[in-house]
Design a protein around this ligand. Structure first.
Ligand code: HEC
Ligand code: HEC
Ligand code: HEC
Ligand code: HEC
Ligand code: HEC
Length: 161
């Protein structure tokens, strides 16, 4: 993509202190319930396949390992079972998503000592997630400056095109 310096000044805040900005998800999944009450670790659900650029969101079938029995008769779990049986992906509304023209790797940041909480806030305390931290360009650049990592345009953007 073409990079235009003027566009830098049009950057808007895309994160908020306001839980009411949390999207209504197709199934009311709670991170708090699953990490605190069900004692699950982040990486038991979010696998990071090689080369570690992305985290993945588990399939409904994975959830059914527990929900075959836990709360199996509730309406939300019946809904979940429908996705698992049909193998249809659950249409989760993405919370943290950056455009495809930005280079980003989870693994590199985790290897440098960042934690999930650094970039996603206190997920384990949340019933619903919203975009509560700044992963806009300004947010990335601020942390790169603080950690003496490069802020060259070409570090995060492919300038060949
Ligand atoms: C390790 C077992 C386990 C896994 C895996 C698991 N859950 Fe749960 N889930 C629980 C437990 C325990 C509760 C709390 C049940 C209670 O309140 O008694 C729960 C509660 C829920 C509820 C609330 C149900 C209700 O009727 O109150 C939903 C919805 C839910 N889970 C969705 C999911 C989804 C979606 C996944 C997969 C991404 C998933 N769960 C994976 C154990 C699990
Ligand atoms: C039981 C499985 C499960 C566990 C354990 C779990 N997650 Fe999730 N996570 C999900 C599901 C399902 C979604 C999609 C629904 C949502 O956004 O709430 C999700 C969404 C997310 C998202 C938003 C992704 C996006 O861009 O939409 C982040 C960030 C996240 N999880 C971080 C974490 C962290 C950090 C932990 C550990 C503290 C964790 N998760 C533990 C299942 C899980
Ligand atoms: C340095 C910041 C940073 C750290 C640390 C971080 N994330 Fe992310 N995460 C992001 C960004 C940026 C995205 C959006 C990526 C995209 O859209 O390509 C994202 C997206 C996600 C998603 C959605 C799926 C995906 O990969 O696009 C999940 C789930 C997630 N993160 C979970 C986690 C978990 C779990 C941890 C800790 C093990 C973690 N993240 C650590 C910045 C971070
Ligand atoms: C918690 C602080 C922090 C945040 C937030 C952060 N970064 Fe980084 N990033 C680093 C550090 C530290 C390095 C390692 C620099 C090095 O090794 O020279 C790095 C490295 C990178 C690299 C180089 C990867 C490679 O191939 O070596 C890219 C690309 C990158 N970050 C993009 C991003 C983007 C895009 C965002 C925002 C979505 C972001 N970063 C947010 C601290 C951060
Ligand atoms: C540390 C990573 C990083 C660096 C360095 C970086 N960018 Fe970005 N840039 C991003 C991210 C992340 C976005 C996407 C923000 C969003 O979610 O909209 C972005 C978006 C953009 C956009 C799209 C418009 C906008 O504001 O969203 C332009 C244009 C852009 N960057 C130009 C540049 C230029 C020019 C430089 C060098 C001066 C630069 N970027 C350096 C991470 C970076």
């Amino acid at each position: 993509m073409k990079i235009c310096l003027l566009a830098l000044f049009s950057a808007v805040a895309v994160f908020a202190d306001d839980p009411s900005t949390a999207p209504i998800q197709p199934i009311p999944f709670s991170h708090k319930q699953h990490t605190v009450a069900a004692h699950l670790k982040c990486n038991e659900c979010h696998k990071m396949p090689d080369p570690g650029e992305i985290q993945t969101i588990p399939k409904a079938k994975t959830c059914m390992a527990c929900h075959q029995t836990i709360k199996a008769d509730g309406p939300d779990i019946k809904n979940l079972r429908g996705y698992a049986d049909s193998n249809w992906p659950i249409p989760w509304i993405r919370v943290y998503e950056i455009p495809g023209f930005v280079n980003f790797s989870h693994k590199i940041h985790l290897d440098r000592g960042a934690s999930c909480q650094t970039c996603h806030g206190p997920v384990a305390k949340r019933d619903r997630l919203w975009r509560e931290t700044d992963i806009s360009m300004g947010g990335c650049v601020a942390c790169h400056q603080a950690n003496k990592a490069s802020v060259d345009c070409g570090f995060c953007h492919d300038l060949q095109h």
